[in-house]
Design a protein around this ligand. Structure first.
Ligand code: ADP
Ligand code: MG
Length: 565
């Protein structure tokens, strides 16, 4: 039997599309505050948003009639007909966010129309549960709107079951607010998450906002970009080619102020970098793209996380041109070496201008016991090391047959570093490099959350990391198979990875993956090559990486001779 669903069921179904988790509730409420012209937005979430989400703004507020209507499905003040979609200047337009949220929670709404003449005005207080208005009364209030959303999904046990862990929900909230804050630097934002104040951001420039949220250290790796043609304008920052990242998590895109992802834009940016970055790596960017609303379809995703352009190809060309101009016309300046930007002149630690870390010293043992292997590095080509090695008997048993009569071994530095990291982290027995001058590291709030969760696990594999103010840390020691200079890249990338995944990850494997993607293997020196081969000779099975890829190949005399025939 066919039947028409009742209003309540329809709203619950819609809620499933728009409201995925507490972070999406916050995003919709903040979008509404921005649409209401707010210049200050205060957000609070307790118990990772499950217990309470509150968003308070100083926007234009609602009249009593509007307050009574706003929780209805398709209630919107932003469009009147489909044609208005092509002239949209607001974040919202579907009129379904509030009805969706209201259908699956308990809502307290306090709102008052902004009246320039009066500081305190006559407003409305409304209480609703499961989409039904329980009471509506007059209330004296500051101008603006406060939404309190309680007991999310209380009446949809099936959805509640599908909520991710509180930890994941918290980091999604942080990520969502971070994006909103980056897309609207002139709006003041405050976020209190699980009783902890995560952000307190005054109205500021984009530059200041990036520094305040993603860190000064990150900002220092960026170049400003500004571009305009008849179709679109671009402003923001892109990373210098030498600071590419192993994941895409440092790409922020805002199209007409909306945090969105767009394959057209991100692939065009990457294309512009060409061969100046490793194909396995990604540029970082924070781009504000403004397109005439006529050329943009925002109605392609229920949570408006994607957009579609009318003129993909022109957009692509414009992005490539804009990025190329900045990258290749920029006056080449000597890049500061990576660790110089991370050293921090803390008032608590005397500043030591010289790097105190001891150089890796290779001392060849004079008498080598029979069981130990010996080796000699002959040189390297790109990221491949040529070496002669006498493998130990146990190692020889694991050696693939094609290496059996090798004269010279060719070692992939990338795979080897990854294997060394894996074995070191797995066995948790590697020696530790203690720093006289700890490395200062600033992290984006979501990543700093992640670090705090994993600080214990990381300490077991030799990292000693201490919290040092909001979202800042001091690395006091680290396992010695890492290079000091790469920590400030590998750790954030590792944290971003675990953040993107819902599973409990194997720390050893993830670190190994990050090391494999890092640039270190491309910058071989004789010292590093020697260290790598030495460490490999200490592995029980040096021939294959934890990911099953080959670490070592060989060149035989016969092969060389063949080339001269
Ligand atoms: P949409 O944003 O798509 O219009 P919503 O369900 O999010 O739909 O909101 C419904 C309406 O409620 C909005 O169009 C707006 O008129 C009003 N509204 C919601 N939040 C606020 C707010 N913080 N300040 C003023 N008006 C608001
Ligand atoms: Mg809305």
């Amino acid at each position: 039997m066919i039947r028409i669903l009742d209003e309540h069921t329809i709203n619950q179904i819609a809620a499933g599309e728009v409201i995925e988790n507490p972070a999406s509730v916050i995003k919709e409420l903040v979008d509404n505050s921005l649409d209401a012209g707010a210049t200050s937005i205060i957000i609070e979430a307790t118990n990772s948003g499950r217990q309470l989400i509150s968003v308070k703004d100083n926007g234009h507020g609602m009249s009593r009639d509007d307050a009574l209507l706003c929780l209805e499905r398709y209630a919107t003040s932003k469009i009147k007909s489909i044609d208005d979609l092509w002239n949209l200047t607001t974040m919202g337009f579907r009129g379904e966010a509030l009805s969706s949220i209201a259908a699956v929670s308990e809502i307290m709404l306090l709102t008052a129309k902004n009246d320039a003449l009066k500081p305190i005005v006559d407003g409305t207080m409304l209480h609703a549960k499961g989409g039904k208005i329980l009471s509506c009364q007059q209330a004296i209030s500051l101008p603006g709107t406060t939404f309190e959303v309680k007991s999310l999904f209380f009446n949809v046990p099936a959805r509640k079951k599908f909520l991710k862990s509180p930890v994941k929900d918290s980091s999604d909230i942080l990520k969502a607010v971070l994006q909103l804050a980056l897309s609207n630097p002139h709006v003041a934002f405050e976020l209190t998450l699980n009783q902890k104040k995560e952000f307190q951001l005054a109205s500021q420039s984009l530059e200041e906002r990036i520094k305040a949220t993603l860190g000064r250290e990150f900002f220092a790796t960026l170049l400003p970009i500004k571009y305009k043609n008849e179709l679109l304008s671009i402003s923001g920052y892109i990373s210098k080619a030498s600071f590419s990242k192993p994941t895409r998590s440092f790409q922020y895109l805002f199209i007409n102020q909306r945090p969105v992802s767009s394959y057209v834009v991100s692939s065009a940016v990457k294309e512009a970098y060409g061969s100046s970055i490793d194909p396995a790596r990604h540029p970082a960017f924070l781009l504000h793209v403004t397109v005439n609303a006529q050329f943009l379809d925002v109605n392609v995703h229920p949570q408006k996380k994607e957009v579609r352009f009318q003129l993909d190809d022109l957009v692509r060309k414009a992005i490539i041109e804009a990025v190329t101009q900045v990258l290749f016309k920029a006056v080449p300046r000597p890049e500061p070496i990576a660790h110089a930007t991370t050293s921090f002149q803390s008032p608590f630690v005397p500043f030591v201008p010289l790097k105190e870390k001891q150089e890796v010293q290779m001392v060849m043992p004079q008498i080598i016991p029979q069981t130990m292997s010996q080796f000699q590095v002959m040189g390297f080509i790109g990221s491949y090391i040529l070496a002669e090695v006498n493998w130990s008997d146990t190692q020889r048993q694991k050696m693939p047959p094609d290496l059996a009569d090798a004269e010279v071994f060719v070692i992939s530095a990338r795979e080897a570093l990854s294997l060394i990291t894996y074995v070191g982290a797995k066995n948790a027995k590697s020696s530790v490099q203690t720093l006289l001058l700890p490395i200062f590291m600033e992290l984006a709030p979501n990543l700093s959350h992640r670090l705090l969760e994993h600080i214990e696990g990381l300490s077991q594999i030799g990292f000693s990391i201490r919290e040092f103010g909001a979202n800042a840390f001091l690395i006091e020691s680290y396992p010695n198979y890492f290079e000091e200079g790469e920590l400030s890249e590998i750790l954030p990338a590792f944290l971003a990875k675990i953040e993107e995944s819902d599973h409990t990850l194997d720390i050893a494997k993830e670190l190994a993956l990050e090391v494999r993607a890092s640039k270190r293997a491309c910058a071989l020196t004789h010292t590093l090559a020697t260290l790598i081969v030495k460490k490999l000779t200490e592995c029980d099975d040096p021939f294959f990486s934890p990911f099953g890829t080959k670490v070592i190949a060989s060149i035989s005399k016969a092969e060389i001779e063949k080339k001269f025939r």
